[in-house]
Design a protein around this ligand. Structure first.
Ligand code: ATP
Ligand code: MG
Length: 410
């Protein structure tokens, strides 16, 4: 079956609130092998909502609605569903009794409008709400399944997990799914796709999605098969082919960030690291130290933001700064060497660049960053040019530095 999600609530159509319930629901449904074919956000409008339900029912077998089950007049999910399906709403006194008891336990009186929450679509199963007042509703008919869930995530999640997933298990697809994620760096998305498309498009049992973020691309390979074990084999077989094509650009096949990979590698090899940062202003050290236990391999760092600091603290030569500037291959080289020596680390890393928006010149435009990596034998410098805002330039610089740091320990 295909699913659709309808998030109900006028506040979700303002810039103040976003619909996160559908993300949660999509994840849970996907894990059970149910694809989400569409989703929508509809305001608290009975007629619009009824139309949306009618439309969704025509194309999808499972409709999950969230929100609009509250006690107030603007909560119209029950009525809209009744309109769309041509059903009566039946009043259930036992629901209202339970709500009243809930209020009494808290020393409060139930207000009259909570009675609205006692109305259930004729033929629907009641999904008790342990964390709030509005019960959910589960309706199965010849057309498909319609589920009404409360909007507050802390009510919706336990209800979905505890009461909907077990019901869905009976109708879910005959397939089991396994997802393998490869995380890649150092390649543009277009080139990556060009290289791996011939590989993944061969394998019809795997759905491939590619997700790019600054300095990193994730490849998700979602395999389906009769058993989980078989799905895992299919995904891993394809994953190996993709990895063979992309080589060391793949930095992990686990759910690990670059700094976690560095942690694993440096610990494993007993290597240490020190950093001299200019344009990244400590961002690199921040991410490295966000990993618990990083003191085992990260010795420390300098944020040398001015030329004077580069000279005084790291000994970057005045002649280098004068001749080539602080944003130069030569400065990056000296910074990396100096910090490595001062800290007595296996690897020294440096960043120096123009993050912008000002400060660019014809020779070194905004977005230029030099990244130096020194070990005991040599020092290399990478030059990158990032199109984009200050924040993006800094993120890319760190990601590139991480890639170089990582490669030192391969
Ligand atoms: P209530 O009884 O609290 O009124 P309800 O089922 O009527 O529950 P809504 O009134 O639609 O739900 O939403 C209540 C609150 O739940 C919202 O203010 C919002 O904080 C949260 N919420 C609703 N829908 C979503 C959603 N799709 N994603 C994330 N949060 C949501
Ligand atoms: Mg409400």
């Amino acid at each position: 079956v295909n699913a659709e999600i309808i998030a109900v609530g006028s506040e979700l159509l303002t810039p103040r609130r976003i619909d996160t319930n559908s993300l949660y629901l999509t994840q849970k449904l996907n894990e059970r092998g149910i694809e989400v074919a569409g989703k929508s956000v509809v305001g608290d409008d009975r007629e619009r909502l009824a139309n949306e339900i009618r439309r969704a029912r025509k194309s999808s077998g499972l409709i999950v609605m969230t929100g609009g089950l509250g006690p107030t007049l603007d909560d119209v999910s029950r009525e809209a569903a009744a309109d769309a399906l041509g059903l009566e709403l039946d009043f259930h006194q036992e629901i209202v009794d339970a709500i009243e008891a809930r209020f009494r336990r808290r020393g409060r009186a139930m207000s009259e409008n909570n009675r609205r929450q006692g109305y259930i679509l004729r033929g629907a199963e009641i999904l008790p709400n342990a964390n709030g007042t509005a019960p959910g509703q589960w309706l199965r008919d010849d057309t498909g399944i319609l589920v009404l869930l409360p909007g507050p995530p802390r009510e919706l999640k336990p209800m979905f997990e505890g009461q909907c997933l077990p019901r869905l298990a009976q109708i879910a697809s005959p397939y089991q799914y396994y997802t393998l994620s490869l995380r890649v760096t150092g390649l543009p998305e277009s080139e990556l796709d060009q290289r791996i498309a011939p590989i993944y498009s061969e394998e019809k049992r795997v759905a491939t999605t590619i997700l790019a973020s600054p300095g990193e691309i994730q490849i998700h390979l979602r395999a389906r098969a009769a058993t989980l074990e078989e799905a895992r084999k299919i995904a891993e077989f394809l994953g190996e082919k993709v990895e063979a094509e992309l080589g060391s650009n793949v930095f992990t096949r686990e759910d690990e960030s670059m700094e976690q990979v560095i942690a694993r590698l440096y610990r494993g090899r007993g290597m240490t690291l020190a950093a001299a940062e200019s344009c990244t202003g400590g961002l690199l050290a921040e991410r490295i130290t966000s990993v618990p236990g990083s003191s085992e391999y990260f010795l420390g760092g300098f944020v040398t933001y001015t030329e004077a600091a580069k000279n005084a603290w790291l000994g970057v030569r005045e002649s280098t700064l004068r001749q080539h500037g602080a944003v130069s291959k030569q400065a990056a080289e000296e910074m990396a060497r100096a910090v490595r020596a001062k800290a007595n680390a296996s690897v020294g890393v440096s960043t120096t660049g123009v993050a912008g928006p000002g400060g660019g010149t014809e020779q070194t435009p905004v977005g230029t960053v030099f990244i130096g990596v020194a070990d005991e034998k040599s020092v290399e410098v990478a030059e990158i040019h990032v199109g984009g805002e200050r924040d993006l330039v800094r993120q890319w610089a760190v990601q590139k530095a991480f890639d170089l740091i990582r490669r030192k320990a391969l």
